[in-house]
Design a protein around this ligand. Structure first.
Ligand SMILES: Cc1ncc(COP(=O)(O)O)c(C=O)c1O
Ligand SMILES: N[C@@H](CCCC[NH3+])C(=O)O
Length: 426
């Protein structure tokens, strides 16, 4: 085994030298592979299909260009994500606009840019859209977000479909659903296409998705009996990935066919007329392609622990603090050495909870060594925060022995750019 780990053919020591640390490193070939898997497997004869990349998982112009070149569409949930998608050249008819509390400014911005599909969350949003579409002359497509009340076995903070979820309209609120659709139908410029549901994130069980589909088709059937027809069903994202060896995610090929076959079965059972099935994977496209490279700083022994401190932490990866998320890591400039030490990898933020990995076996390390945390590609960069005024790390893509910068490291000047003061800063 080589002493120095290579990612996409590039030695991590070279990455450190060229870009510094902390550094988000994406293996471009893995990103492409995931997109291709979705295009290949999420298709069937019975339905049109569309895969929307949930850009909240990792959004920057270069990532969205890659997604676009692979023929995927994009889901956005804010003006910032929408702006990034437009900058990346994604056509507005491939953009789906989500959000439980879209502001008027965001709605107007999306409509000004002719975003083709809104996933409407509530009745107030429907009223606003009808009003806004009075002065516009294009056709807006709408899906209505339903809370299907399916309890997926994932961390409570990333469940999205429990009974009091803030997202969507509760499945059993039939009169609210009908009201909302009737409201949309007042506009000649709005077409109601169908429903959306999303049951949570990092979900391992196929059964949860099967239940979601059964539930949604039953709703479509109820609506059909009331004379409300729809042609599109968006089943959201949530497909699990590998963080540690405890995780055994279902391959894309398997859950794609389970989803599409279940849809077909339900279509036959209820005699519905769904023509298009959509999914919105985020994490499963980017998580395993990304890793974070850190430099080891001080090392400290306490009565019960040995700490290895790194030059990042909860500002570049908040998931361990927020969800007790688990990760694997290595000392990547001496991969040839045995993992003989049990340590706690902690960050540099002024917060006791700033622990990246509570307990992990690593090879012996010293200040200046390089530590890489794997599978950080989803909700790492995108949930970055400037706590302690830490600077946002750079992002690089690596492929076939070459690396390229896709997001620059934030500078101190950029950090204070928005600060207002009476005198010019020194
Ligand atoms: C509506 C919606 N779609 C898609 C996703 C993407 O989920 P994941 O990254 O787990 O695939 C999310 C996030 O959970 C979401 O809220
Ligand atoms: N941010 C979460 C996922 C939430 C997805 C948005 N509904 C995570 O890091 O796991």
């Amino acid at each position: 085994m080589d002493a120095v780990l290579k990612i996409g053919g590039v030695p991590v020591t070279e990455l450190k030298e060229r870009y510094g640390t902390p550094l988000y490193v994406y293996d471009e070939e893995k990103l492409l592979h995931q997109c291709r898997q979705y295009s290949q497997y999420f298709s069937c004869d019975a339905f049109d299909t569309e895969v929307l990349y949930a850009s909240k998982a990792f959004s920057c112009i270069e990532m969205l260009r890659l997604v676009k070149n692979q023929g995927l569409s994009v889901d956005v949930v804010s003006m910032g994500e929408l702006f990034t998608a437009l900058k990346a050249g994604i056509s507005p008819d491939r953009i789906y606009f989500h959000g439980n509390n879209k502001t008027l400014e965001e709605i107007q911005y999306a409509l000004d840019n002719h975003v083709q599909t809104f996933i409407v969350d509530n009745l107030q949003e429907a009223y606003l859209l009808v009003e806004e579409m009075k002065t516009r002359d294009y056709v807006l497509h709408v899906l209505l977000r339903i809370n299907p009340c399916i309890e997926a076995h994932t961390h409570a903070y990333i469940q999205t479909a429990n009974i009091d979820s803030k997202f969507g309209i509760h499945l059993e609120s039939i009169s609210q659903i009908v009201d909302l659709i009737q409201t949309l139908k007042q506009s000649n410029h709005i077409v109601f296409d169908g429903f959306h549901a999303h049951i949570g994130s990092q979900i391992f069980e196929k059964e949860a998705f099967v239940k979601e589909i059964e539930t949604m088709f039953s709703l479509i059937d109820t609506m059909q009996k009331k004379g409300i027809l729809c042609n599109t069903l968006n089943l959201g994202g949530g497909f699990a990935v590998h963080y540690t060896n405890e995780d055994q995610p279902i391959p894309i090929s398997v859950f794609s066919s389970v989803i599409l076959e279940t849809c077909q079965k339900m279509q036959e059972l209820y005699h519905t007329n769904i023509q298009k099935i959509l999914i919105e994977p985020g994490r499963s496209i980017v998580a395993e392609a990304g890793s974070t490279l850190y430099t080891v700083g001080f090392i400290k022994k306490t009565p019960h622990k040995k700490y290895v401190f790194v030059d990042g932490g909860m500002s570049d990866n908040i998931r361990p603090s927020l969800y007790q998320a688990k990760y694997e890591a290595d000392i990547v400039n001496h991969m040839d050495q045995k993992k003989t030490e049990i340590v706690c990898v902690a960050g540099k933020c002024c917060e006791s909870g700033d622990i990246l990995i509570d307990s992990i076996a690593l090879s012996p390390c010293d200040s200046g060594d390089l530590l890489m945390v794997y599978s950080t590609g989803a909700y790492g960069f995108s949930m970055f925060n400037n706590y302690n005024r830490n600077l946002r790390p750079a992002v690089v893509f690596v492929k076939e022995g070459n690396s390229r910068l896709v997001v620059k490291r934030e500078t101190l000047q950029e950090l204070v750019r928005g600060d207002v003061c009476d005198e010019d800063p020194v």
